[in-house]
Write a new protein. Structure first.
Length: 261
């Protein structure tokens, strides 16, 4: 499989629980608010979970109706390798950011919604390949389309479409590829059913809708609870931090396991 640099940086994925209850202070809670703290471990692929590459932590804070999510990938010694941020107003994404500290790059996207319709608006992108060289900046603007997702939004999206997926239907979305300063089309489909530590699970496959991109980028596979909240227990595929190969940094396909207990 040939590499396709920068198109598929994924660091999934988290809450699968939806809530429309009132948060403290009377604000309507966001479906992205839980879990407020979640940890995980990123293992080298095909290492039988014995070779730890990174640790993962998601933390959530609220300020009035604004939800701030920080997702960090750290080396085993605690040093931060990559950081993602997402800001929501209720269930609406306001902005997101990717800090690739390993290569000193940064990408951002801001969602500017139409005051007359929250479903309409624009996405403003900016990506800096080297923060020490401001001239190496790419900017772009796209129209906001339905089901446009960042990493943090994918698990709730899958839960919202769970019945369709279980019927064998294909569910499509747009993915905010910050490293490319654009959105990319992806689709989700049920791949198989299995067991995880004695519990029934469903494997969901995520792959590119473009035949060209699909030929270049390996799909990602999510292991999700079949019952209950359909939490993501593990995913296999491209993740946010990179891996050092000699003097170069390469995109990383790995196995990420989340610590729900």
């Amino acid at each position: 499989m040939k590499p396709f640099p920068g198109i598929f940086v994924v660091g999934f994925v988290l809450s699968a629980a939806f809530s429309t209850d009132k948060a403290a202070g009377g604000e309507t809670s966001s479906k992205y608010e839980q879990p407020k703290l979640l940890a995980g471990t990123v293992y080298k692929a095909n290492s039988d979970r014995k070779h730890v590459l990174y640790k993962f932590k998601r933390t959530v804070t609220r300020s009035g109706p604004t939800l701030n999510v920080v997702r960090e990938f750290t080396y085993p010694d605690g040093k931060v390798a990559a950081r993602e941020r997402a800001v929501y107003e209720g269930d609406n994404l306001v902005s997101c950011e990717l800090e690739e500290l390993q290569i000193n790059a940064r990408g951002t996207a801001k969602v500017l919604r139409d005051p007359k319709s929250e479903a309409k608006g624009n996405i403003s992108f900016e990506h800096v390949t080297d923060r020490n060289s401001p001239g190496k900046t790419k900017a772009n603007t796209e129209s906001l389309r339905p089901d446009t997702l960042v990493n943090d939004m994918i698990a709730p999206f899958l839960v919202a479409h769970w019945d369709d997926l279980m019927k064998g239907e294909v569910v499509k979305s747009r993915y905010l590829a910050l490293t490319r300063a654009e959105t990319v089309g992806f689709k989700f489909a049920r791949q198989a059913e299995s067991t995880w530590q004695g519990k029934p699970v469903v494997i969901i496959k995520m792959s590119a809708t473009s035949l060209i991109i699909a030929a270049l980028v390996d799909p990602v596979f999510f292991t999700m609870e079949k019952g209950g909240e359909h939490r993501v227990l593990q995913y296999d595929g491209r993740t946010t931090p990179k891996i050092k190969d000699g003097n170069k940094w390469k995109d990383l396909d790995a196995v990420t396991v989340f610590d729900w207990d």
